[in-house]
Design a binder for this molecule. Structure first.
Ligand code: AMP
Ligand code: ZN
Length: 478
């Protein structure tokens, strides 16, 4: 039915390509998951709005999926290029808490964020620490590509053909790699296993043929993707930062595992990367400590789906500059959509003739064109406004738009979108009570009393919106 041919942008080769699944009965996708030493920032969450869009579109177009999002609970160092401390260990030391408890807490928080953003759960969320044995076996099988130094077992990136082909200009990739590890043969070489220094105080460590220690970060994704999806699968995703180091290293490991099956063997057929969400005011960085989370947005009165819509308004390969004004505009757009649907529901069936199918066709054409969600949203706006199409047909078509965009337009109500900021000094019942009292005094033409109620609400952080074109009778000032 939704049979527009699908093209996706493959970072490997930097070109759009026709999507042809390896097995149409089971499309296999692997998405690099979060490092759970802290809450996800909203930039991280953009990566999963993107993977959710990908998986929703493929499912809607009729392909059953196996989708894996791993949880990185060991091994990711403060620099992607094997310099610095393990992020998890550093967080545990800084907080004095048990590392396993930290991992469990932030994993749970991540899943909660995904749920709030209407991101569907993948088939599995495997944990890196549950796969250490598999990582050791994998490492043994590629030992011929590795060498030993004091720090552990390192991968020789010159031992596979075309190393780093996925990354941007080779010089760029080199620049980021501070050669902090003594004995590394080439700046791009990376840790497969990091041996704990004598007297070290890691909370997470395992025995291995290369001493007691912990796996290198890149290894987990080669091992888990292979275990759950096989040697060759359809799509591998991550943020655009992963295109430069993490994914080239995964590819090198995969090539080595396959006996150097050539530069064309990478594990996944298509490597896709979302661009960044950036903040003008500072770095969107978990390690910086001060960063914006989904909770920050909600505390300021924004609905998580407004953030989802903000992401969908941009193509996933475009950078988004985060601003509160931009988020407010997305929230207003979402309210308009919800209000538009409510108006359609209230309208009696009109005698109209135009078919709704062209809108579904436009949705299909947009998302099949490398997930062009901005164009899909335009089709949605026009569908809701098209008076030639019967209201019931317009509402029915929303099932398709919801399936792909995940905005819950079929069920959302205006009340659902009201989010009380953490700073508000009054709850919804209190607001409703005062607004009702205000209507009474206005009916009695006691405008002084009406103004007094309005001022009292304003003092509690609630703006009364008489005659608001969106039909909102109040708004909480963040
Ligand atoms: P991490 O928790 O750092 O391992 O990152 C989780 C995911 O978020 C990875 O796919 C990253 O590439 C992605 N990511 C990190 N920062 C941003 C950002 N500012 N905007 C979009 N994606 C990001
Ligand atoms: Zn990964």
């Amino acid at each position: 039915m939704h049979d527009v041919p699908m093209t996706l942008y493959n970072s490997l080769g930097r070109a759009l390509q026709r999507f042809a699944p390896i097995d149409p009965a089971n499309v296999r996708i692997y998405s690099c998951g979060p490092t759970v030493y802290n809450y996800a920032h909203i930039g991280n969450l953009r990566a999963y709005v993107f993977t959710d869009t990908l998986s929703r579109v493929l499912t809607w177009k009729g392909w059953p999926l196996t989708h894996i999002i791993n949880i990185t609970d060991v091994g990711h160092l403060t620099s992607d290029a094997d310099a610095g401390d393990d992020k998890m260990e550093a967080a545990a030391r800084a907080s004095g808490r048990d590392i396993w408890a930290i991992a469990a807490h932030y994993t749970q928080a991540f899943k909660q964020d995904l749920g709030d953003l209407n991101i569907r759960a993948p088939s599995r969320f495997p944990l890196a620490t549950d796969h250490v044995e598999g990582m050791i076996d994998f490492a043994k099988s590629i030992e011929g590509h590795c060498y030993r130094i004091d720090d552990g077992l390192y991968f020789d990136t010159t031992s596979v053909p075309g190393y780093g082909g996925l990354a941007g200009r080779r010089d760029d990739a080199r620049e980021g790699r501070i050669d902090a590890v003594a004995g590394k043969r080439h700046p791009e070489d990376f840790a497969i296993w990091r041996t704990s220094p004598p007297g070290g105080n890691r909370q997470m460590e395992w025995d291995s043929p290369w001493g007691r220690g912990a796996p290198g970060w890149h290894l987990e994704c080669s091992v888990m993707s292979r275990q759950y999806l096989g040697d060759r699968f359809d799509i591998h995703t991550g943020g655009v930062d992963h295109r430069e180091i993490h994914h080239p290293n995964e590819i090198a490991q995969n090539q080595a595992r396959q006996g150097c099956a050539g530069a064309d063997y990478t594990g996944a057929n298509i490597w896709m990367h979302n661009n960044f969400l950036v903040e003008r005011s500072g770095k969107m960085s978990k390690s910086s400590g001060a960063f914006t989370t989904l909770r920050t947005l909600v505390d300021r009165g924004f609905h998580p789906l407004a953030y989802r819509l903000m992401c969908l308004q941009a193509h996933y390969r475009s950078e988004i500059e985060f601003s509160w004004e931009g988020l407010a505009a997305a929230q207003t757009r979402l309210k308009r959509l919800v209000q538009g649907v409510e108006a359609l529901r209230a309208r009696p069936a009109a005698a109209t003739t135009a078919p709704v199918a062209p809108y579904i066709q436009r949705l299909d054409a947009a998302v099949s064109d490398d997930l062009n969600t901005p164009r899909a949203l335009l089709a949605l706006d026009e569908l809701l406004a098209d008076k030639r199409v019967a209201p019931a047909d317009r509402i029915a078509a929303l099932v398709d738009f919801d399936a792909v965009l995940g905005l819950d337009l079929v069920t959302a109500t205006r009340a659902d979108l009201r989010v009380r900021p953490a700073s508000a000094a009054i709850d919804e019942d209190g607001i409703a009570e005062r607004l009702s009292a205000r209507r009474d005094v206005r009916a009695a033409k006691d405008f002084a009393a009406s103004d007094a109620i309005r001022d009292a609400l304003a003092a509690a952080g609630v703006e009364v919106m008489d005659g608001d074109p969106l039909g909102w009778d109040w708004r909480i000032d963040a």
